[in-house]
Unconditional design. Structure first.
Lengths: 906, 110
């Protein structure tokens, strides 16, 4: 059946309360049905419907309505605005920038905070959280994140063992569908002909797809048949992987791919929007979904204590979620589940039998999956939201100034309308409608800007070592309504004050073009300019502080040479690469790898290392020096590490090829460790790493370790070849001469020639690795610098405009003064005086505001205090200079006035 | 205080008087449209009657929802005694004004 247009109903909601709306919509519906039944085309019936709804809202013949004559006002506003396209263009563009920035940030918020999982009926999903009975109660070690309730301090988590999950599921079969899963960060995938890549996976219980209700693009979801012991290994792939690796070919269903070296059959492709369970950014988007029975293939390393997690009763590795129905009594369900869990915990010896009744489970809203948003991203979002809101505010204040200035030119028109009987309400409404039209134009521009500028913004905000997040920038109802709300707020902010001022009842203005009056009206514009200055100050100061931070980061003495250095990571423990096949001999693999890469033309030296220096990671271990236990930073490295990193050896030698398994333990310490623990003469001294005795064979110069912020700390470097355990995932550092050009592909070829199933991970230069650790600071420096410059520019334009108006208003007077012998300097001062007052007023408000807001950026700063006097001073001077230049231009013009011409004017 | 009927109110009451009690907004709209050619929006009808009802000239009830109204109820109007009196008064004052006027040929272009 044909349906009447919904937009008309929304329109009616603008003006009518519920009961009235029901009657009117009913009337319209009835007519619509009649029209359609009488053979009128649906399109014209719809048009009739909308027109009648519009007439009902804005119509004539209803003299006591607020909306009376609105149509005329709108038409008049459009005509008026069409006469000044330059004003409208500038206004809509500056507003569009402000609104666009806000809309872009809203898109990020929508994706990361507001969106539900793209599944059917996400509101019926629950995460099953297990609450710590008391704040200090012991709960067993879990291999995954736990959260603390900010109110009570009690911990809660959604991790369970497989047997606990099974018990919970058995208890709840009649009330809810409980499904379990866990993320696998890296899975090695290769297809015939293509090089190996690392993707992320998820292991799920047989009812995962049924419980979550994930839509599928092709093939079938996983089900109970895939859990049978004799079932073949299968996987469901993501829409993204399907396009990335298989080019969207539907023939992929049934195809075999190699997952960690094992053949696995692809049985289905999930729908395009589904990117896994982690919307908050803790895990990368999921590409492969496996049944739990594929645990050993998908996550071969997950054998704590040598036992499979499928039979283990200690590792709480599975997240459990439930789909409830409207009939589920959730309190009862939670109590039953708590009882079942308590028994399991007691049986496993984790809980004393007496504590079983204290077990508490809660069913928490699971529409966003199991994880809250990552805290660092949330913090970034807050700050950027603040900056863009200030940006919009600035655009509004600037526009308010323009509108006031424009209103002065329109005084006669307004006075005329008043004289003809227009009430103040009508005038205010008229002016507000004009503002709203500009704001809506700005909103349209803003939506376009959000589409275009959103993705780089999202990258800036969400970059970190976890990898970037996927943010959706599509235009939907929520984005449009949010943008509409920004427009509405902007209209009131920049339109209301000028409208109220300009509509004041001064009917005599039609007769006298009173100069004094114009002057008074200008005051409003002036104070708006001062306000603009005040709002700009915190942005400029923030940008200054962050620019200094960036400079300070650049000036940090690293202790090694980051130029001409690239790094990558390999992980031979995932998949059947050579290292894993050769009876766990990755050490051999790394040695072969180094040899191959050393042969690449342009390569000077190659070394294996555990943690990138200043790359965000560190390792720490407990050592015994002279019988005292110490906790010391450490880094496992291979031969030629110090040479490759260009770290000077101050005494002794560096780790080299002789320091292998079985050879006497050798370590290099840095200068700080030598001084702090060995009184400066460290060479030849011995200490214990656990049970292993090592001798200090060299002392190296100090370097930064974890990141640029942490001070120099004592560190020792031991040989990765001497570790008792085989190395897992290690980094390889390559120092090269000449241009980087084809280096990466040459290195990739060298690695592939050794082992084509070994994916290269995180290929980056040393500089990029360092930059990644200060990505947030750099992002904010750019955002604040951009908005700071914009703010300065707007303030300068505002000041220029106001001053130019003052000059043109006082042309006569200035002419008189010049004729009476005033000097050039005196005239400039006459005008500039006001500019200085305005700028000083702006600074007087802005600088304390900047100081008050400074704690917000404190955590981003390095080497500079948030209340740094120099920065505040320099910002003030910069703003004052900009103000003086903006004011000086019209002042100079005033001083050059020809008195004869000036006096003749009016 | 007695107030004279406004023009729209007058038209609405006249249309209502010509219909059986319990006329719906749609019926009233249609009568006005067919007899005067004037198209009033449903909003105007509703607001007009709401005002008349406040002044006691009109009573109304809610009708039952019907499928062709998309499950919405309608409001059914009837004239109150006060409304009849006001309408009679308005009509006779108009009649007093118009009595004795001769129909003049309309001037074009006025």
């Amino acid at each position: 059946m044909s349906r009447p247009p919904a937009v008309a109903r929304m329109l009616l909601a603008l003006r009518f309360r519920r009961e009235a709306r029901e009657i009117i919509v009913g009337d319209l519906n009835e007519e619509f049905a009649e029209l359609v039944a009488s053979g009128v085309s649906e399109r014209s019936a719809r048009r009739h419907y909308v027109r009648q709804a519009l007439a009902s809202v804005f119509g004539f013949g209803q003299p006591d309505l607020w909306f009376h004559g609105m149509e005329l006002d709108v038409r008049y506003a459009v005509r008026t605005l069409a006469r000044s396209p330059a004003f409208v263009g500038v206004a809509a563009l500056s507003l569009g920038l402000g609104i666009g920035a806000n809309s872009a940030v809203f898109s990020v918020v929508r994706s990361l905070v507001l969106d539900s999982l793209p599944v059917n009926a996400p509101e019926d999903l629950r995460v099953i959280y297990w609450w710590q009975p008391r704040k200090d109660a012991r709960i067993p070690e879990l291999n995954s994140t736990g959260y603390a309730d900010p109110g009570s301090g009690r911990g809660f988590r959604s991790n369970y063992t497989l047997s606990e999950y099974r018990a919970l599921r058995r208890t709840s079969t009649d009330q809810a569908d409980l499904f379990a899963f866990n993320f696998v960060r890296q899975v090695n995938v290769s297809t015939s002909g293509a090089p190996a890549t690392a993707v992320s996976g998820i292991l799920v219980s047989d009812n995962f797809f049924r419980g979550l209700r994930v839509p599928m693009t092709a093939g079938r979801p996983l089900d109970a048949s895939d859990e049978r012991p004799d079932a073949p290994l299968v996987t469901v792939i993501s829409h993204a992987l399907w396009h990335r690796v298989f080019g969207g070919n539907p023939q992929v269903i049934g195809q075999l791919i190699r997952v960690n070296g094992q053949p696995v059959q692809v049985i289905g492709v999930t729908a395009a929007g589904f990117r896994g369970m982690s919307l908050g950014g803790f895990f990368p988007p999921t590409d492969l979904t496996f049944p739990l029975s594929a645990l050993e293939v998908a996550a071969p390393g997950w054998t704590p204590g040598g036992r499979s997690l499928l039979i283990d009763n200690e590792w709480h590795w599975l997240r459990v979620m439930a789909r409830v129905t409207s009939r589920t009594d959730e309190d009862r369900l939670a109590a039953q589940l708590a009882g079942a869990l308590g028994q399991q915990l007691a049986a496993a010896g984790i809980l004393r039998p007496t504590d079983v009744p204290t077990t508490e489970l809660r069913l928490i809203d699971g529409r966003r999956g199991p994880e809250p948003i990552r805290r660092d991203i949330e913090q970034s979002l807050r700050m950027v939201s603040g900056v863009v809101v200030v940006g919009l505010l600035l655009a509004c204040v600037n526009l308010a100034g323009l509108t006031v200035a424009r209103g002065i030119a329109r005084q006669r028109e307004l006075a005329l309308r008043r004289a003809l009987g227009a009430g103040r309400f009508r005038l205010v409404r008229q002016l507000l409608i004009e503002s709203l039209i500009i704001a809506l134009a700005g909103g349209a521009i803003g939506l376009a800007i959000a589409q275009w500028g959103g993705p780089p913004l999202a990258r800036l905000l969400t970059t970190s070592q976890f990898g970037p997040l996927v943010v959706d920038f599509s235009i939907d109802k929520r984005l449009v309504s949010a943008t509409g709300a920004f427009c509405g707020v902007a209209t009131l902010l920049f339109g209301l004050l000028p409208a109220l001022r300009l509509s004041r009842d001064d009917s005599h203005q039609l007769k006298h073009r009173d100069v004094g009056n114009v002057g008074r009206r200008l005051t409003a514009g002036r104070w708006l300019v001062a306000l603009q200055m005040a709002i700009s100050v915190p942005l400029v100061v923030g940008a200054g502080l962050l620019l200094q931070t960036t400079r300070n980061f650049g000036a940090v003495n690293l202790g090694f040479n980051p130029a001409q250095l690239v790094l990558f990571r390999v992980n031979p423990t995932i998949g059947k690469s050579v290292g894993a096949v050769q009876a766990s001999m990755p050490a051999r693999l790394y040695q072969d790898l180094v040899t191959r890469i050393e042969a690449v033309p342009g390569v000077q030296s190659v070394a294996v290392l555990e943690n990138i220096l200043a790359g965000g990671m560190k390792s720490q271990t407990s050592v015994t020096i002279d019988g005292t236990r110490q906790s010391l930073l450490m880094n496992a490295v291979g031969p030629r590490f110090f040479e490759t990193m260009a770290i000077p050896i101050l005494a002794g030698r560096e780790i080299d090829a002789r320091d292998t398994h079985g050879a006497p333990g050798a370590v290099v310490v840095n200068e700080a460790a030598a001084r702090q623990y060995f009184g400066g003469s460290a060479l030849g001294r011995r200490f214990f790493i656990g049970q292993r005795e090592v001798e200090i064979v060299g002392v190296a110069a100090n370097t930064r370790y974890q990141n640029l912020r942490t001070e120099i700390m004592p560190v020792f470097f031991d040989s990765y070849l001497q570790r008792s355990a085989q190395p897992g995932s290690m980094r390889v550092a390559v120092r090269y001469a000449g241009p980087a050009g084809t280096l990466e592909s040459a290195i990739r070829r060298a690695v592939a020639s050794l082992d084509s199933a070994l994916p290269i991970l995180d290929f980056q230069s040393q500089t990029e690795a360092i930059d990644a650790t200060i990505a947030k600071e750099r992002a904010f420096t750019r955002v604040l610098a951009l908005f700071g410059c914009l703010a300065l520019l707007l303030a300068a334009i505002g000041l220029y405009g106001v001053t130019a108006q003052t000059v043109s208003r006082r042309t006569n007077e200035i002419g008189m003064r010049v004729a009476l012998g005033a000097r050039h300097r005196q005239i400039v001062w006459l005008i500039l005086r006001h500019v200085i007052v305005l700028a000083a007023a702006g600074l007087a408000v802005g600088l304390p505001t900047a100081v008050a807001l400074s704690p917000l950026v404190q955590s981003l700063l390095y080497g500079v205090e948030s209340t740094d006097i120099t920065t505040l001073g320099v910002s003030g001077v910069v703003m004052l200079t900009v103000a003086l230049v903006a004011g000086w231009l019209p002042a100079r013009r005033a001083a050059r006035l020809d008195p004869v011409v000036a006096l003749r004017r009016e | 205080m007695r107030r004279h009927l406004g023009e729209l109110e007058h038209v609405l009451l006249l249309a209502l008087a010509g219909l059986a009690p319990g006329a719906s907004g749609t019926e009233i709209r249609r009568v006005i449209q067919t007899r005067t050619g004037r198209v009033l929006s449903p909003g105007a009808i509703y607001t007009g009657f709401a005002r008349l009802e406040r002044r006691g000239y009109v009573r109304s009830d809610l009708g039952d929802p019907t499928p062709e109204r998309g499950g919405k109820r309608k409001r059914l109007y009837r004239l109150s005694p006060a409304g009849s009196a006001a309408l009679r008064e308005a009509q006779s004052s108009l009649a007093r004004l118009t009595s004795g006027l001769r129909a003049r040929p309309a001037r074009r272009g006025a």
